[in-house]
Design a protein around this ligand. Structure first.
Ligand SMILES: C[S@@+](CC[C@H](N)C(=O)[O-])C[C@H]1O[C@@H](n2cnc3c(N)ncnc32)[C@H](O)[C@@H]1O
Length: 287
């Protein structure tokens, strides 16, 4: 099973570091159930996530993925000098590390996340650094609380997209809040990983599930309520959803595992990274 970089999901593994033993199943999960599960899961796990990954993420670094591809080098948002003065929406921002990088380049970021606890970590970092606080908004990415055409750019590093049940609607919503010609750049787990166990070692190299099976991955409690949900789309699904929402795909980046990078993150490891892609980054432009 594939998961987001933070989440060591595995049918036999302990859930979320809280000692709970939730069942991992494959079943449908509608937008409401998915959204509720994400909000609670991220509120419960935000402290552990920031403890474990905060150093790698950096307080004001913009990294797209466990492969360590930085926006400073990749320039997927365009020329960094042109970010000055842009209204930018970061979706599924966590502690808003990427937004802080954008603010340092003169952009006006808004960091949106469904989890209040994640956004509290953003405040914590701002207070420690003595920075002007990043503007944060708690909301579901599927229903953005902004006017049409409010932003010049939208980005997301593994935020919201893998957890949302209706990503076609999410793409339409991002399109709505962007101005014509604006970019929408987001990274997700590479869809091919859905077919493999989410293990950093050799056991993570044998395909055991169908890449084509879109049935969500759900962890549920004893009452059958979802506590964690991930939704899968194939590469083709993602391209079609972008096109249907009115975006043009400019690039699809599959970062290679860099020489000398030996830091694992869940199922992302040098061993697997050298053989199969772990991240897909979609670079799209609003029509
Ligand atoms: C893997 S973390 C990535 C956080 C941050 N971008 C980073 O790189 O550390 C995923 C984030 O997406 C947020 N998220 C999940 N579902 C969401 C939704 N439906 N709307 C908005 N944010 C959501 C979570 O709360 C979490 O902070």
């Amino acid at each position: 099973m594939t998961t987001t970089p933070d989440h060591p999901a595995d049918d036999d593994r302990e859930h979320g570091g809280h000692g709970e033993e939730d069942d991992a199943v494959r079943r449908t999960a509608d937008p409401g159930e998915s959204s509720r599960a994400s909000r609670h899961w991220w509120d419960r796990n935000a402290d552990e996530y920031q403890d474990e990954h905060g150093a790698f993420l950096g307080d004001d670094r913009f990294t797209w993925c466990p492969e360590g591809l930085d926006e400073a080098d990749a320039r997927l948002l365009g020329d960094p000098a042109a970010l000055k003065g842009l209204d930018v929406l970061e979706i599924g921002a966590g502690a808003a590390q990427c937004s802080r990088w954008l603010a340092a380049r003169g952009a006006r970021p808004v960091a949106l996340d469904i989890s209040f606890r994640q956004l509290q970590h953003s405040r914590r970092i701002d207070l420690v650094r003595g920075d002007e606080p990043v503007a944060v908004v708690q909301a579901d990415a599927a229903v953005l609380p902004f006017a049409d055409g409010a932003f010049d750019l939208a980005c997301s590093a593994y935020g919201a997209v893998p957890f949302s049940a209706d990503t076609a609607a999410l793409m339409r919503e991002v399109h709505r809040v962007l101005r014509p010609g604006a970019r929408w750049v987001f990274s997700v787990t590479h869809p091919i990983r859905w077919a493999f166990p989410d293990e950093p070692g050799v056991e993570g190299l044998t395909a055991t599930a169908s890449y084509f099976d879109r049935t969500p991955y759900v962890e549920q409690d004893e009452q059958g309520r979802a506590t964690y949900v991930e939704h899968h789309r194939t590469l083709g699904d993602r391209v079609r959803e972008l096109a249907a929402a009115g975006f043009r795909l400019l690039d699809l980046v599959e970062p290679e595992w860099p020489e000398g990078h030996d830091q694992e993150w869940g199922g992302w490891s040098p061993l697997r990274g050298r053989l199969i892609p772990g991240t897909a980054i979609f670079v799209a432009q609003r029509g």
